[in-house]
Design a protein around this ligand. Structure first.
Ligand SMILES: [Zn+2]
Length: 170
């Protein structure tokens, strides 16, 4: 069971274990916004429902760094090939070095984009110009956002979606 942690402005900052959530709650650093109705934790003297959503009493400083990973590149590009705009599941996508590695193109946010296998084969190790292809948008390092940085799992509660302002489909 996981708990969605919000800052005092109801902005999602983290997904934490229920154990960690209970510590925050019991030490009065956070309040329960929503709870799992069917999950009880018993102590000697009392019992608590497991927190589903917890709100911190203070603001929380977010780490602004979005890790450069294959999956995060797909999320940034909304699972769309950056050449032909087709949207595919992650296992049917690959990524492309805009400036080819053979021409010293880096493996970083500014040079790697989501790509379908067809466009990837077509582009090969050519530059955009040589391949006569165009990018949908200039690749950049994305800003921190809950949609990008807090990965929801399939069995996470649907109520959490209410706190994700721009949830992307995965
Ligand atoms: Zn494509």
């Amino acid at each position: 069971m996981r708990t969605l942690l919000l800052d005092c402005n109801y902005f999602p900052v983290k997904i934490i274990s229920w154990q960690k959530a209970m510590i925050l709650f019991l030490t009065e650093r956070a309040e329960v916004v929503d709870e799992y109705e069917d999950q009880l934790i018993r102590t000697v003297s009392t019992s608590y429902k497991l927190p589903k959503v917890l709100r911190l009493f203070q603001t929380h400083k977010l780490s602004q760094n979005v890790k450069f990973t294959r999956m995060n590149v797909f999320f940034r590009d909304q699972f769309k090939c950056q050449y032909c705009e087709i949207r595919l599941p992650s296992n049917e996508l690959t990524f492309d070095h805009v400036i080819p590695v053979s021409q010293k193109g880096g493996t970083n946010w500014e040079n790697v984009v989501t790509c379908c296998k067809g466009c990837n084969t077509h582009k090969g190790s050519k530059t955009l110009k040589a391949a006569n292809m165009k990018l949908l948008k200039v690749p950049k390092k994305p800003r921190w956002s809950p949609e990008l940085c807090l990965r929801l799992l399939e069995n996470d509660p649907v109520e959490w979606w209410n706190f994700f302002p721009n949830r992307l489909a995965s």
